[in-house]
Design a protein around this ligand. Sequence first.
Ligand code: NAD
Length: 260
Amino acid sequence: MLTDRNAIITGATSGIGRGIALKLAADGVRVMINGFGDQSDIDTLLAELETLSGKKPIYSPADMSDPAQIKTMMQQAETEMGHVDILVNNAGIQFVSPVEDFPDDKWNQIIAINLSAAFHTTKAVVGGMKSRGWGRIINLASAHSLVASPYKSAYVAAKHGIAGLTKTVALEVAEYGVTVNAVSPGYVLTPLVKAQIPATAIARGISEEDVIKDVMLANQPIKKFVEVEDVAATIAFLCSDAAKGITGSNMSVDGGWTAQ
Ligand code: NAD
């Protein structure tokens, strides 16, 4: 149990982030969730989180592509929760296109949300974690932080970048009881993945069924999607005191993908 810990999970209104928020709340953590979505869905999630943790969760609509909004969110977290013990940088987007056609604005947006946002949130929390002598920063990377796939230049660049950011910050805070790790899922069937199936089909000139079978699961030796709960459980473990010796790592939860 992680009672008395407070966490921020970015991009927690959907998919993996939502699963992480539910798992941490079930372990007794007070959570701030962030992300976009329908307000009634967000209210339902907030009610569920409160039931699980027994603590009032907070919601921030901050856009992770905007450093000013990130700053406001981090200040809100400190003000309302007192201290941030766990930071999960999870918000992320994808765009699939051959590099010669890759739109400049999509490149900038992916780098901002999938990489730079983690820099801004980390910068805001690390001082407090060091002074209290305890902290957990977990960055959602990807199998694409270790290997590449064609047509995902911005995503693969951002995910390799976040793997580097993870290692660097881990070394800077290692003596202060603060661990910094990346978690790298393989394919998880979330809205982010569902949305890229049609674009990948067009980019590769194959059917959507073949994208799932011959592109996504072809790389994943378990031949199944990884489940949100598998990723959330790994993150909860990294937050536990049992994981205090793990820092600077990039933990694959990828069904064997990067073992190949
Ligand atoms: P998702 O699309 O289901 O959820 C993404 C979340 O990020 C949502 O809550 C969304 O509102 C939020 N978000 C998007 N843009 C935002 C912005 N500008 N500001 C704030 N929030 C924003 O995606 P997911 O599959 O759950 O992905 C979560 C993370 O896991 C991402 O970093 C992704 O790269 C990573 N990941 C996913 C997979 C996978 O197969 N699904 C594999 C490896 C890594």
